[in-house]
Ligand binder design. Structure first.
Ligand SMILES: NC(=O)c1ccc[n+]([C@@H]2O[C@H](COP(=O)([O-])OP(=O)(O)OC[C@H]3O[C@@H](n4cnc5c(N)ncnc54)[C@H](O)[C@@H]3O)[C@@H](O)[C@H]2O)c1
Length: 276
């Protein structure tokens, strides 16, 4: 391999790292899992759908699947103990499990509020606390929380979801501030509008997709695979001085948008920009 190749490999390699990911069987989690495995990581894939997590793990070298319910602190403790017993340590925790239900702020039932809060925010807190104790004991670690576009911007019908994701970013800062002394870093990845089986319907919708394309500088949804690069970087030593931040991967969605025409000598025919 060339000198550049050697250097990049040393910086970004996840060789020997044990990576625990929640929500690992989902649209984004499963793609991240494959990417992290290709970079050399060994994965503990944890999900409510334990059988799906195990199926995914069986195709990834040195990895294993675990069933967990992040709503249940006993289940979290058992899962973390099981992963630590199996692999001996946990170098990276990726909190990826998350749910949403779009409805008006006035319509949200208390059970819905509790469920979204419980999975997206309390689950991240309790999981990070359990793994954080393990990391302090082993001398360090690295946490990556999955936020969202809605942690900074708000869309109608996402009040509880947005509040949980802003909370996840606040927790990320708290972990960075309190745990740097234990050699633990914490960052968040905030995906923009990503094309997954659950969001395909929006991208095929005649008016919603136009609104989205007008707001996203790159005028297309992201692919789950486009989150892999930053995830490998944050999980690896390439990001050794990065902590306490949320990184938006959104094709320029937070920049503002471009919904109407303006004069320019340098126009591109937008209809020729890639749709997906
Ligand atoms: N898809 C997007 O466009 C998008 C955009 C921004 C942020 N996100 C965030 O990315 C993360 C993954 O989203 P996704 O699109 O892959 O969703 P997904 O529904 O495909 O995956 C979520 C996974 O979490 C698991 N899960 C749900 N409840 C659980 C529980 N109680 N305990 C353990 N696991 C549980 C599910 O079984 C599922 O495998 C979420 O945190 C989501 O908020 C997604």
């Amino acid at each position: 391999m060339s000198k550049i190749g050697d250097r990049l490999e040393r910086m970004f390699s996840l060789e020997g790292k044990i990576i625990l990911m929640t929500g690992a069987a989902g649209g984004i989690g499963s793609v991240l899992a494959r990417g992290l495995s290709e970079a050399g990581g060994r994965l503990a894939l944890c999900d409510l759908r334990g059988d799906e997590a195990e199926k995914l793990a069986s195709g990834l070298e040195g990895s294993a699947g675990f069933e967990v319910d992040v709503l249940d602190s006993g289940s979290i403790r058992r899962c973390v103990a099981g992963v630590a017993a199996r692999f001996g340590r946990i170098d990276v925790l990726i909190n990826c499990a998350g749910i949403n239900k779009r409805e008006g702020l006035l319509d949200v039932a208390e059970e819905t509020y509790d469920r979204i809060m419980g999975i997206n925010l309390k689950g991240v807190f309790m999981f990070s606390q359990a793994v954080g104790r393990q990391m302090v004991g082993q001398g360090g670690g690295n946490i990556i929380n999955i936020g969202s576009h809605n942690d900074e911007d708000m869309l109608g019908g996402c009040s509880v979801y947005g509040a949980t994701k802003s909370g996840v970013v606040a927790l990320t800062r708290a972990m960075a501030v309190e745990w740097a002394q234990h050699n633990i870093r914490a960052n968040a990845i905030s995906p923009g509008h990503i094309l997954t089986p659950l969001t395909t319907v929006t991208w095929e919708h005649p008016t919603r997709s136009v609104w989205l394309r007008d707001r996203i500088a790159m005028r297309r949804p992201g692919k789950p695979g486009e989150l892999v690069g930053i995830c490998v970087m944050l999980a690896s030593d390439a990001s050794s001085y990065m902590t306490g931040q949320a990184y938006h991967v959104d094709g320029g969605c937070l920049c503002g948008g471009d919904p109407w025409d303006f004069d320019s000598q340098y126009k591109t025919d937008r209809s020729r920009m890639p749709l997906f």
